[in-house]
Design a protein. Structure first.
Lengths: 112, 114
């Protein structure tokens, strides 16, 4: 089944403890993105990647890192999480963005 | 720069009545437009997309949307609401140049009563 898989689905962590949210797609897509969803703000792009080793900042990159060493994987790294990064995170991939994206099921992160 | 405005944060309808979710966009270039649906505790699912072909676009689950360039609108409609349509709906615009970044509206929550 074609899909984007995120792990974990739920995560509670403490301020300052490094964490990684994994994202993997099995559709051989070039384009991948990370978004965060907050009430009343819709989805905002954190980082995106156009292919292996090609990444760039989105609208809200502060406090996040990404890497794209393989085409299928696009992990999101929070080196020192803070409470304002409590949010619902989505990974998405596409072969061509104007065809539409396939989204993962989301990761709900709480930083206390 | 492109932007999207969803004119209603909440829309309430009765089952069996028409649905209208409004979306206006702003884009300097020829846009691609999408509607996504998000059911509670689920990811986003693509409902339909406009990419400069036919202006009336049909999607899944009986939804359709009409691209009106003169009005810069891309409203989502469905003739008859079903209880399972209750969800949050996002209008999305992207440029057809460069990375083709997605810009999301803030969402419209559709409530369907029996």
């Amino acid at each position: 089944e074609a899909q984007v898989t995120q792990n974990p689905r739920y995560l509670i962590t403490v301020t300052g403890k490094k964490l990684t949210v994994t994202c993997s797609q099995n559709m051989n897509h070039e384009y991948m993105s990370w978004y965060r969803q907050d009430p009343g703000l819709g989805l905002r792009q954190i980082y995106y990647s156009m292919n292996v080793e090609v990444t760039d900042k989105g609208d809200v990159p502060e406090g996040y890192k990404v890497s794209r060493k393989e085409k299928r994987n696009f992990p999101l790294i929070l080196e020192s999480p803070s409470p304002n990064q409590t949010s619902l995170y989505f990974c998405a991939s596409s072969t061509q963005p104007n065809y539409g994206y396939t989204f993962g099921s989301g990761t709900r992160l709480t930083v206390v | 720069a492109q932007s999207v405005t969803q004119l209603d944060s909440h829309v309430s309808v009765s089952e069996g009545t028409p649905v209208l979710l409004r979306c206006n966009y702003s884009s300097s270039y020829s846009p691609s437009l999408f509607w996504y649906v998000q059911h509670p505790n689920k990811g986003l699912q693509l409902l339909l997309k406009y990419t400069s072909a036919a202006t009336l676009v049909k999607g899944i689950n009986g939804f359709e949307a009409e691209f009106k360039k003169s009005e810069t609108s891309f409203h989502l409609t469905k003739p008859s609401a079903h209880m399972s349509d209750a969800a949050e709906y996002f209008c999305v615009v992207t440029l057809n140049t460069g990375f083709q970044k997605l810009v999301f509206g803030t969402g419209t929550r559709l409530l369907v009563s029996p």
